[in-house]
Design a protein around this ligand. Structure first.
Ligand code: C5P
Length: 229
């Protein structure tokens, strides 16, 4: 589907030098890098530029999950995609118009994904915020809306891969966190899946943090995961 790497290593730190050290360690494996709010709020767009320029231009998934009125999100996506990142995301619950505006303003070389429902939202929380129906129905409905808006795919939990793949067809990016190689510690992740099973079920890309960053040899850990899929 894409020549971009299948694995994005979550570099969750506010410290630019720590991020550079982690990226230097994983770069022999040729995988991508996920930078999120923690990094971006500490280092800003300049931090992203610095990573691109000093770490040999790794493919970056900039995970900032925009959610605002269409005009504002369009402006944010226009500015962020100009940085030269490979993936950006918005919240699908921002609606069809918001997602269409975001896609229109996104640089063509940047793929735009949507978060359906945060995996921290369980059925009880979904009911509390007034959502009707089951969490999985809502996830699939939001994935369909994302596709209708013309985005490239969604970020979803491993347990939603099959339902979304069945609904949205083969050409939809499914970027999946909560991945643990067989035998790795789950940490705070509640429902995990191995890289092999996630890809076999229909994931196109995997977000993997600590099993790579906390390994004694991060590049080897990343290569082993790639070999396993
Ligand atoms: O270290 P670990 O592999 O658990 O890191 C997973 C990464 O994916 C973290 O950056 C986390 O914030 C992110 N993420 C997640 N679950 C989601 C969405 C994002 O773990 N549903």
């Amino acid at each position: 589907m894409t020549s971009l790497p299948k694995i994005y290593c979550a570099v969750d730190t506010p410290d630019l030098n720590t991020a550079k050290e982690i990226i230097a360690k994983i770069s022999p494996a040729g995988i991508g890098v996920k930078l999120g709010m923690e990094f971006f709020n500490a280092n800003g767009p300049q931090g992203v530029i610095e990573i691109l320029e000093s770490c040999n231009h790794p493919p970056i998934f900039l995970d900032l999950k925009y959610h605002d009125i269409p005009n504002t999100v369009a402006g944010a996506v226009r500015a962020a995609s100009k940085l030269g990142v490979s993936y950006l995301n918005v919240h699908a619950s921002g609606g069809l118009e918001m997602m269409r505006a975001a896609k229109e303003s996104c640089a063509p070389e940047t793929k735009l994904l949507a978060v359906t429902l945060l995996t921290s939202i369980d059925q009880q929380e979904a009911n509390r915020i007034g959502y009707e129906g089951s969490v999985s129905e809502r996830v699939v409905a939001l994935a369909k809306l994302t596709q209708e808006a013309g985005l490239d795919g969604v970020v979803c939990s491993a347990h939603e891969i099959k339902a979304i793949r069945d609904t949205c067809g083969p050409d939809f990016v499914l970027m999946v966190p909560g991945i643990r190689p067989a035998g790795a510690e789950a940490g705070d992740q509640k429902r995990v899946m191995t890289p092999k099973d996630a890809v076999a079920t229909g994931a196109t890309h995997l977000v993997i943090g600590r099993p790579i960053t906390k390994a004694d040899d991060p590049a080897t850990a990343a290569k082993e995961i790639m070999d396993s899929i």
